[in-house]
Design a protein around this ligand. Sequence first.
Ligand code: ME8
Length: 518
Amino acid sequence: MNKLFYITTAIDYVNGRPHLGHAYEKVVADVIARWRRSLGVETYFLTGLDEHGQKVQQAALAEGKAPGVYCDELAAIWQAFAAKLDLSNDDFVRTTQPRHQQVLQAILARLHAEGRLYKENYEGFYSTREETFLTEKDRRADGSFDPAWGEVVRLQEQNYYFKLRDHQAWLIEHLERNPSFVAPDYRRNEVLGFLKNNVLEDLCISRPAARLNWGVPLPFDSDYVTYVWFDALTNYISVPAAAGDPGVPEHLRPRRPAPESPPHLWPADIHLIGKDILKFHAVYWPIMLKAVGAALPRQILVHGWWQKDGQRMSKSTGNTVDPLAVIEQWGVDAFRFYVLRELDIGPDGNWTDAGLEGRYTAELANGLGNLVNRSLSMLKRYRNGAVPPVSNELASEAEKVVAQTRACLDRNQLQAALLSIWSLVTRANQYVDHTAPFKLAKDPSQARRLDEVLYNLAEVCRILAVLLWPFLPGTACKLYAQLGLSAVPDRFAAAAWAGLPPGHVIGSPAPLFPRKDA
Ligand code: ME8
């Protein structure tokens, strides 16, 4: 079986409800996945939840619930959220699932058997909130720790460590030889800078079960559970491994008869993550994979963080965006459009309610919505909805936009792709103004000219549906339905000019983005 295009997102901590950052990342991954599918590339899109560890255990405790019950309740909410975002994910992994835990334990057992883990005593500082050990280097001049670490306690305990030092040189070489391994470039440079200027500390991969029992037991020492990050990272390979993926080394696949034609996913093509978790993905994860003999992912694609009104979002200050409320009020495609149009993959972004409203009105309602509505209404009114003979007046401009959009999407430049698509929206709206079909309709001698204009407009609308499908799938489908086309506009090949057959009768136009003037 051919290898599928395999894209993953970070798996979110299930210690609360989904926020804007979670939603943004998943929508970006969805656009990339839909784009590949639209090209005819078989694609697998994985997202899910990170359910173990102290944060989740404490959140469950605070609600007086057993962690398992707490996770089950929230997982249902998060899965419903994925559906609300119109995600086309093929799977939803939860780290509490047996399929994941089995593979994680196989990885741990392998590392242990090969002598890559050792047990040692630790005495020092520990951030409970971040579940991480701190060193003298993390202390400020006055001896205190940054409040971002939350409560810092002194700890003395034995743990298992994963040897990292031997891996530093090849990882640097890998990053240097594969410039697109981490994107954008400045994130790759950040990782290289870190690796070149620091000696890697070995990674503590366990937590004593006596202190934290909400985790996956180490297969070789039941007094310990697996450190939550080691557990979480493996989700990317545990899902394919459990399905019998031939791209995963055999020793990591469960020893049961593989399904007849398991999907070939590994190595992942894109791990999409936020900037705060870069080190885990670009340093620890490749080393873990190399140590178990698995191929490395092709790319770690790093997005920036959202703020709201220029300030960090935070539940405690109330400065948050509730994506569900936005979707309720504006519709899922307006949400998707705003975040994708506003923020390119890489830099940080700033959410403002006025920005959302402004883009909705200018680009969705007055731009795309108005173009589609007036084009189809005129076709209905002047030609009873029947598509006139083919005319190529806007063909070359549309073809240019189609090629440009494709070039942007091939490079994961989603914002630039939207700009390109909207250049066609704007051009077609100008075309209406310049050709003034409402005037042509009054003059019977202009019937052929009116035919030409109506064809060009309807055909541009159809092409826009195809280009928009990865971004605004619901809107693209509505547009196709209004054109009276029964297919789904999910094939990029359909963006070729003159797809609308003359004589075809369109459906009923209805506003795609009702104006919210009130
Ligand atoms: O880090 N803007 O989970 P998480 C944009 N469980 N993205 C944001 C954001 C913001 N304001 N806040 C968070 C974890 N994110 C781990 C991941 S993966 C093996 C384990 C992004 O729920 C963040 O950068 O804290 C990350 O990519 C994702 O949301 C999940 O964050």
